[in-house]
Design a protein around this ligand. Structure first.
Ligand SMILES: NC(=O)c1ccc[n+]([C@@H]2O[C@H](COP(=O)([O-])OP(=O)(O)OC[C@H]3O[C@@H](n4cnc5c(N)ncnc54)[C@H](OP(=O)(O)O)[C@@H]3O)[C@@H](O)[C@H]2O)c1
Length: 284
């Protein structure tokens, strides 16, 4: 029997698709999905949709996350990442629904080498990070029944996906450049959506960090992936990407709230990656 009604906004995106795939496997949830067919910038349309469907939980997977695109179009980045989140927060509050809002390690400055907990103060430097923090703030202020889930470097089979592109290039014998000076944590969409699944029915609220355990550079991520896939690791070249004051950008999330509450345990990034590639090889 379908017990709980869920609305996934941004359902065609990388994380939205992974969530839909995962929730399809259970009988417990009745899932409604929207993407560009319901512009979350249209506050009235968002409110009408919420009122009509009356979901118990709304998961906001809508986002403008291409860093360069955000820098070049600040107004649109804030519209999608901040105003869109505001509209969903207002609509969910009005129907007493819980909102699960996806956010990012980029709300941090990149200057702190240590792992960052939910209690560290965000200080974004990029338009993307600033617009995502503005979205988080709206969600926090406008709906007390909120969960903000910050994650990093999420991979899944998708067009706009770093890992998918690395594997594709390596299979074609092409040279790959990957940065050495960005340190964070590759996170499998599968591990993330399993955690979100738990949040759907839990009584937990607030901010949660949800990255796989450990940390590496994009260069090491790409090398490890090619190694696990049995492809030529020499195709990857390490390059420096950061400019200006920051020499190496560190945004390593510590899943402290998960550990404190014991609600879930994320796998090590190497384990999750190895499993993902093994599964991909089996399924062609
Ligand atoms: N991917 C990561 O590594 C990562 C890491 C941490 C946090 N996050 C956060 O997780 C969220 C989802 O990320 P993702 O990688 O799944 O992004 P994605 O693949 O770009 O998916 C976002 C979806 O939202 C849609 N969308 C954009 N503007 C919209 C609007 N105004 N109204 C309705 N739908 C709209 C997009 O459609 P179009 O594609 O047609 O624009 C796309 O289908 C984002 O908020 C991102 O900040 C992502």
């Amino acid at each position: 029997m379908k017990e709980l009604s869920i609305w996934i906004a941004g359902a065609n995106g990388k994380i939205g698709s992974a969530l839909c795939q995962h929730l399809k496997t259970t009988d417990f949830f009745r899932v409604v999905t929207t993407d560009k067919d319901l512009d979350i910038l249209d506050a009235q349309a968002v409110s009408d949709f919420a009122n009509m469907n009356r979901p118990a939980v709304v998961i906001n997977c809508v986002g403008m996350s291409d860093e360069k695109e955000c820098e070049e179009n600040m107004v649109e980045a804030f519209r999608v990442n901040a105003l869109g989140a505001r509209n969903l927060a207002v609509a969910t509050r009005s129907i007493n629904a819980k909102i699960i809002h996806l956010s990012t390690d980029d709300v941090f400055s990149g200057l702190k080498k240590d792992r960052l907990t939910e209690f560290d103060v965000p200080m974004p430097t990029s338009v993307y990070g600033k617009s995502k923090l503005a979205g988080e703030n709206y969600v926090r202020e406008l709906n007390p029944k909120h969960l903000i889930v910050r994650s990093s470097w999420i991979y899944a089979e998708a067009e706009n996906d770093f890992l998918t592109n690395v594997l594709k290039k390596a299979r074609a014998g092409e040279h790959i450049q990957a940065s050495l000076d960005r340190i964070s944590t590759p996170t499998s969409a599968e591990a993330l959506v399993k955690f979100i699944d738990i949040l759907l029915t839990s009584k937990e609220y607030g901010i949660y960090h949800a990255s796989c355990e450990g940390a590496c550079s994009r260069y090491h991520f790409a090398k490890a992936a090619l190694g696990y896939a049995g492809l030529d690791t020499e195709l990857v070249e390490g390059v420096l990407q950061e400019q200006g004051e920051i020499h190496t950008r560190y945004t390593i999330l510590e899943n402290l709230m998960m550990k404190m509450t014991g609600i879930y345990e994320m796998p090590k990034w190497e384990t999750a990656l190895q499993e993902y590639i093994a599964h991909m090889n089996v399924n062609g």
